[in-house]
Design a protein around this ligand. Sequence first.
Ligand SMILES: [Mn+2]
Length: 306
Amino acid sequence: MRLPERLRDLGWELPRNFLGLDEATSDFETARALILPVPYEATVSYGAGTRNGPAAILAASRYIELYDQELDAESYRAGVATLPELHLTGAGPEAAVRELRQAYEALLDSGPGKFVVLLGGEHSVSSAPVLAWADRLAAREKRLSVLQLDAHTDLRPEYEGSSYSHAAVMHRVHEAVDLVAVGIRSLTREEMELARGSEHIHLFLADDIHEGDAWIDRVLERLGPDVYLTFDVDAFDPSIVPATGTPEPGGLQWYPVLKLLRRVFRERTVHAADVVELAPIPGFHAPDFLVAKLVYKLIGYRFENG
Ligand SMILES: [Mn+2]
């Protein structure tokens, strides 16, 4: 809202968008990054609450320091526009994903070249943006690599009767992309065998990446030039992000994740990203803040070199 001149200098709260930015830096037309909140939750299997994830990330983001000492930059200057929450149909996940795909395509067409970060919501929403990007790249005879950070492979053909479940989201897309999944520590034997038998699926188990940084090089080796990042916050260790439906012990820590991401953004083209599965714990803000800061890091890394 544009306030009348004489009202502008009163003691208003920060705007309720990502980072609490003013109109000039959060304008859709000029912003290079778009935040798309999709509070969708229908197929969660254990702890619920991912529908509250986007609002909690936005609320926490308003308290992030805008200067990033790692990058020595005010990353928000690239412009970050926050879209309203996108509400999807309650008529089941298949219809919801179809609706999201249409909305996402419209968004890409309206803001070509912008870096879209989708905030979930449950992980099932990711198939829409992944397939949108896979198709766009296929039209240019390129193949999309998906970098998945997650405790779970989500490679089941279906779960609880639905191929649109959060637990099946990567199975839905795995034939269209090269999948590189990092932080995995919970999967079925069938998922393991599917991955072992496919040259298009590479798993980096959490068990194998706790020592040293050599795994980061190996992840980079597996990623093609064009990347979509899907970040399930349960990739993090529950000691730092307990606020998720299925917290698995033995997860990733903050700095190794940043180290990986910065290199991926520097050495590949990351077209878009999603951050999903935050299920906020009322009164406990640290995980919300961590995830908000992760989103700001993604934007910072994306525009680090202009
Ligand atoms: Mn997961």
